[in-house]
Design a protein around this ligand. Structure first.
Ligand code: AP5
Ligand code: MG
Ligand code: ZN
Length: 215
């Protein structure tokens, strides 16, 4: 199965991907995590992505598409994967369809996690992430067992540079302008599943599993 998790910044894509990838046994492919990893290693890709990410803008399609199409050539994606944060523009969605079609594959379902703007701001304001495995935590809604440490791997928790209020506002603006159009693209392909993301983490996870099984 090839599944896409779609949603605004802070909607819970990474949080739900953790759960879904273990439930469905699919590798988790997160474009943002791949860029941050490249940045940590100071590769050419990382340095290019940095300037866009710190402004809350999208990294150019050409670069992003190339990175993801390369990633899905890896053997772990041969029979499916879970996309998080990609595609985010119509050009990316079309390139992904084409890349998969060339392998005789296609997207099965697109899960759109809908969350109010007010809630998104609260979530990003309190978010901490594991530097090592990228698991997201939240000071109030999903605290780690030991403060500052990842439950899964003991890694150090940190706050993302782009979670500053002004940058978050720009990321939300970019989402509305550039990513919302792909909701209709997938609705038109009858692949869209809409989920109420304004619920607790477990409730959202349950709703996703129910809707995936129903379709
Ligand atoms: P990316 O890393 O993809 O960030 P994003 O889309 O802005 O989304 P986030 O990771 O901020 O949110 P999330 O939905 O994963 O929420 P999370 O689960 O952490 O992209 C970053 C940047 O990289 C972009 O701005 C761009 O520059 C570049 N980029 C990436 N992909 C690109 C692409 N395809 N094209 C071009 N550029 C690209 O949850 C948030 C918080 O809420 C956490 O603290 C969590 O614990 C908490 N939480 C989650 N769910 C719940 C719940 N149900 N109830 C209460 N709290 C919850
Ligand atoms: Mg994320
Ligand atoms: Zn960790």
């Amino acid at each position: 199965m090839y599944i896409i998790l779609l949603g605004a910044p802070g909607a819970g894509k990474g949080t739900q991907a953790d759960n879904l990838s273990s439930e469905l046994n699919l590798p988790h492919i997160a474009s943002g995590d791949l860029f941050r990893e490249a940045l940590r290693k100071e590769t050419e890709l990382g340095l290019l992505a940095k300037s866009y990410m710190e402004r809350g803008e999208l990294v150019p399609d050409e670069v992003t598409i190339k990175m993801i199409l390369h990633r899905i050539e890896m053997p772990d994606c041969a029979s499916g994967c879970l996309f998080d944060g990609f595609p985010r523009t119509l050009a990316q969605a079309e390139a992904l369809d084409k890349g998969l079609a060339d392998k005789g594959k296609s997207i099965d379902k697109v899960i759109y996690i809908k969350v109010s703007d007010e809630e998104l701001l609260k979530r990003l304001g309190g978010r901490w992430l594991c530097r090592n495995c990228q698991t997201p935590y939240h000071l109030i809604t999903a605290p780690p067992k030991v403060p500052g440490k990842c439950d899964k791997c003991g890694g150090e928790l940190y706050q993302r540079e782009d979670d500053k209020e002004e940058t978050v506002k720009e990321r939300l603006r970019v989402f509305l302008a550039q990513t919302i159009p792909i909701v209709d693209y997938y609705r038109g392909q009858s692949k869209l599943i809409e989920v109420n993301g304004n619920q607790g983490i477990q409730e959202v996870a349950k709703e996703i599993m129910l809707l995936l099984k129903a379709k």
